[in-house]
Design a protein around this ligand. Sequence first.
Ligand SMILES: O=C(O)c1ccccc1NCC(=O)[C@H](O)[C@H](O)COP(=O)(O)O
Length: 400
Amino acid sequence: MEGIVFGTPPRFRVPIVSFSAAGFKRSLPSLGRAPWIATDRQRKPSPLYCAMAEEASETKEACCSTTAEEKLANYVDVSELQNENAVEDVAEKQGIKIRRRPATGPPSHHVGPFEFRLENEGNTPRNILEKIIWDKDVAISQLKERRPLTMLKKALENAPPVRDFVGTLRSSYKSTCLPALIAEVKKASPSRGVLRENFDPVEIASSYEKNGAACISVLTDEKYFQGSFENLEAIRRAGVQCPLLCKEFIIDAWQIYYARSKGADAVLLIAAVLPDLDIKYFTKICNLLGLATLVEVHNEREMDRVLGIEGIQLIGINNRNLETFKVDISNTKKLLEGERGELIRQRDIIVVGESGLFTPEDISYVQDAGVRAVLVGESLIKQDDPGKAISGLFGKSISA
Ligand SMILES: O=C(O)c1ccccc1NCC(=O)[C@H](O)[C@H](O)COP(=O)(O)O
């Protein structure tokens, strides 16, 4: 039975819950036709729609000939959006298990003389990735208050020119016949704790560049990776020429503008977190800003979803399960076998092998699987001189 509302005194008002075979299951009333029509206090307008509406309305100012609606329609097939039920419903249909934010209300509810606990529902993240996303959702809301999109767009007028992230990977692969290296500036991580106490991001990035890295990945999440946007900006300002990937958990278009304003040349979009429409729209924003997008997958379903999205040039296969932390480099081989690999080759999509790469044998293994770039953090950052460790990773020097 759906939607039983208990007749409780106002101060114990509980969200609509429903009984189900699995015990109490919080049933959210399905949304109206557009995802931004919130019928539950937890449902905020989807960042996707807000960004589109904001972008469209701003564009309306910029070029009055194009109406906001026309601009909106240019980005995505608006009917997709209007037909979209709850963001969560769409995510569920696409196999996305990461919920964008906690369900409403405390984990336990009093109904008359009874106390009901909605175990495993509501406000307990199921894994670290979901916890990271929930915290990110709150943090971005606060950042947007302080630095509205209009301010960011103004700041972009003075941003350094964007560098060609994808083109640099292609050139590197062509000149060395080895996977291009995206070397990662990462102080800590949830799975490995602090990787490097003596952490000077500019020194590390410069050493990576000197020893043949094609591009550099910079963790900007503070809470779980001890990274920062200041690190990204400092590396850019220090004169490092390698194109920079802003390694951030992107859930809102605002973050893309912010990354660009801090000197990023590419951003990461995680298929385990973002529905297809978000990936599609965020990729369009990146194209508008000249940024590359690295769309990260971990399983076949995510790979098939991303291959169904037009305009994707760069796909990262993460060998690390971001929910369990299990690392298995055979995951790269598995996702590049058969038709998937064929389609990727036909489209000339660059695949990046990510995580768990430590030896020349690991590099050969993923290269034989079909990757033309690798993203490596731990095996380099833990060495005394992370840059000098690059030759050990490839079995020879890759610097020009
Ligand atoms: O590394 C983690 O613990 C982690 C946890 C949750 C989300 C993302 C996480 N890592 C990001 C990465 O994927 C790695 O930093 C990157 O692929 C490099 O991996 P490695 O070479 O194994 O450091």
